[in-house]
Each structure stands twice: as C-alpha cells, then as structure tokens.
Design a protein around this ligand. Structure first.
Ligand SMILES: [Zn+2]
Length: 398
C-alpha cells in the first residue's frame, strides 16, 4: 500500500501510463497513476527523480521556443491569465510593495513579470528559472533574473515578501522540499501564489482541451485538487487565504481548468486548519474512464483513415501526437512510410523512434495527413490545403 503524498490516506493504482517522447528524452517511460479518494490527488510514478527532471528543464526544454500556458509568453490568452493573478494578489499588493516585492519561481520567459511591471504599484520583480536561455530574454527586458531551482533558491534567508509558482508544483515530486525552501527565503507572514491545473475539473465540458490531453502531459507528476494542495500547504506551514477555481483561456478558443491558491506563511503550523473530510473524490478516475473511451473512438477513426492510405504524415509534434505514438507508433512505423512535420525549428532538430521531424511539405501519392495539435488544427488545415493536400486525405484529431 502506498500512502497519499498529500494527505497520507491510501493511494491506489488506477491506470498504467506509457509516455513516448522525442528520442533521448528521459520521459519515454512507463509507470502508473496512483489516486487517493480521500483528497483526490493523482500521483504519476514512472520512477523519475527530481534531479533528473531538473536536468531536463535546464538542458533539453524547448519552452523558450513554444507558446502555451506555463512558458511565460505574452499572447492575448497569457495576458488574460496575468490579469487573473493580479486580481487575486490585489488585496495584498500594497503589503508586498512595501516589502521586497514579488519573485516568480519557474518564470520561464517571464511573461507575468513583464505584465506586472506595467501595473501599479510597480512592484519590485525578480524571475528565477533553471533555463538560462529564458532568463536572458528577461534580462534584456530589464527585469532582474536569477538562475536557480525551486529546491535551491538563490535568495537570502528571510528576505522575501512574496513568491509565485505558476505551473511549477505539478512538475516537482518533492513538494515539501519546495515549500521548505519557500519558507526559508520568506520573511514571517510572507505570501505564496500557486497555480496548478485543477484535476477535479479536467472533465469540465467548457474546459476540455482534447482527448487524453492532461493524461498525456508527461512532465506532470501530480494531478492536484484543491483539497490535496491545501493539505500539502498546511503541513508545511502555509494557511490558505484564497483558493480560486476557474477556467482560463488557451489558444483557439479553448480553456483549461485552473486552481490558483494564495497562502500565507504561519509560524504556528498546528493551528492551520486542514481541509475538511469529504465524500470520496472520484473526479480523476472518472475523467480517465471518459478519456479512455474517447481515445478508443479516436483510434477507430484513425484505423479507418489509415486503411485508405499507403503512407502517413503527422503534423504537429505535440503531446497529442506523442500520446498517439506511444500507443500506435510501432504499428504505424512498420506498416507505413511515416513523415513527421512541425514548424518549430527546435523540434526540427529532434527525432521520434529514429524518424526525423521536418517542415511540412506537399503530399506524396496515397499519403494521408493526420493533424495532431488541438490548439493549432485550424491553422495547420489552412496551410495543408495551401500545400496541395486534399481535405479527404486529412484527419484532424480532437
Ligand atoms: Zn490524499
């Protein structure tokens, strides 16, 4: 029996996972999702360590060349998200401004810091990330940037008034170590702002990204609920001031379920209330069952499409593609000449099972095109038609 990482109750294995990543990636591995019905936490166990994961973000990560939640960009959707954070922080902003300001841990390209710099009261701002390429762009924008890890912050003990961790906690196994380090660098009564995907709402009809989207997130080692994150914060001496569950915008009119928590460091850990017991939380297993059903339908549509084509091309080397390839890659690669397309120059340096990724091109005879990017499918469709692909030879995964 495995105890739940968040609440200590029993965590039971509910689903096997097989991740396929670009060649050489440490994430090409199998494991299991364990779920705790008491607090709702899902923990993905593939045997990775935080040290291995940290090396990935420092050395291999492509966030600097990507768009999406968590890479610190400045798309209209990113700006809406930063407004959401600003509203949650607003009641405390004078307090933070009067002290040391805000440090964004895992800031990536620092989109939120750039946005906050333009908002009154002009907080002192610092970004910290493992990825030094991302930090360089922040420094060019005139914002303080430091290389460092959430597990070893380059900050003096007791020196800070507020730390933010936006889409960081779901990437690190030892959340207690992250919070111990936060506690070390924060002054008494310091604040933290944490956002993670809200696993209790993965299945929300108006915030569903696409088939198997969250389960295919190979970098996510936890699927958090409000109860599970609150329990982890409480035992590490952080009392929740505000917990906001919302659906925040993503590209292509999509949305994702977000859990944003503002918490304050307290010296009297024993006095921090724990989340009240509740009914068994089955949101994650229910979601997995629904997505498995959706994936089986996707596979049926694919099989019919494949039967009509001798060759296949896949456009969009996204997690959607990798999730598909994890299950069907061996079959597809052996039976068909496969081409892999992506417009991202960083991805064009990579391979999947030895197949090189290149820029998209016109169709070859009897070749079907499978579009695997939930948030870019319309743009890819337009470009494919322009390149001479026939609409009947294109399958868009949803
Ligand atoms: Zn639990």
């Amino acid at each position: 029996m495995t105890p739940c990482h968040a609440c200590g109750e029993t965590a039971r294995p509910i689903e096997g996972v097989v991740f396929r990543d670009f060649d050489g990636s440490l994430f090409s591995r199998a494991g299991v999702i364990r779920h705790c019905a008491a607090c709702g936490l899902g923990a993905v166990d593939t045997g990775l360590s935080d040290a291995e994961i940290a090396r990935h973000y420092a050395d291999d990560c492509l966030y600097v060349e990507m768009t999406g939640v968590g890479v610190g960009g400045n798309t209209p959707e990113d700006l809406a998200r930063y407004g959401h954070y600003a509203a949650i922080v607003a009641p405390q902003v004078d307090e933070i401004a009067a002290k040391a300001g805000l440090v964004d841990v895992g800031c990536s390209r620092g989109g939120m810091l750039r946005d906050f710099r333009a908002r009154p009261p002009g907080l002192p701002l610092t970004g910290i990330d493992l990825d030094e390429t991302s930090l360089a762009s922040l420094e060019e924008a005139g914002i303080a940037a430091k290389a460092g890890s959430a597990l070893d912050l380059p900050l003096e003990t007791g020196s800070q008034s507020m730390l933010s961790y936006l889409h960081v906690f779901e990437h690190i196994l030892d959340t207690d170590a992250v919070l111990a380090e936060a506690s070390r660098v924060l002054a008494a009564d310091g604040l933290i702002l944490v956002e993670v995907p809200d696993a209790a709402d993965y299945g929300a009809a108006d915030a569903r990204v696409g088939t198997m989207f969250w389960l295919a997130m190979k970098e996510h080692v936890y699927h958090f609920t409000e109860r599970s994150l609150t329990a982890i914060l409480a035992r590490n001496g952080f009392a929740v001031l505000d917990a906001v569950r919302s659906h925040l915008p993503m590209r292509a009119g999509k949305a994702y379920p977000a859990l944003t928590i503002l918490a304050r460091k307290r010296s009297d850990v024993a006095a921090i209330p724990l989340p009240a017991p509740a009914e068994p939380d089955t949101a994650l297993p229910d979601h997995i069952a629904a997505e498995s059903h959706a994936f089986a339908e996707q596979e049926r549509a694919l099989s019919a499409f494949i039967a009509r084509h001798e060759h296949l091309a896949f456009w969009g080397m996204s997690l959607e593609f990798l999730a598909l390839w994890a299950r069907l890659g061996d079959r597809l690669k052996d039976a068909h000449g496969v081409r892999l397309f992506d417009g991202n120059a960083g991805k064009q340096r990579l391979t999947v099972d030895g197949v090189a990724i290149g820029p998209a091109g016109p169709p070859q005879p009897s070749e079907g095109l499978i579009v695997c990017a939930y948030m870019a499918s319309e743009a890819i469709m337009r470009e494919a038609l322009r390149l001479g692909w026939d609409a009947d030879d294109i399958l868009v995964l949803e």
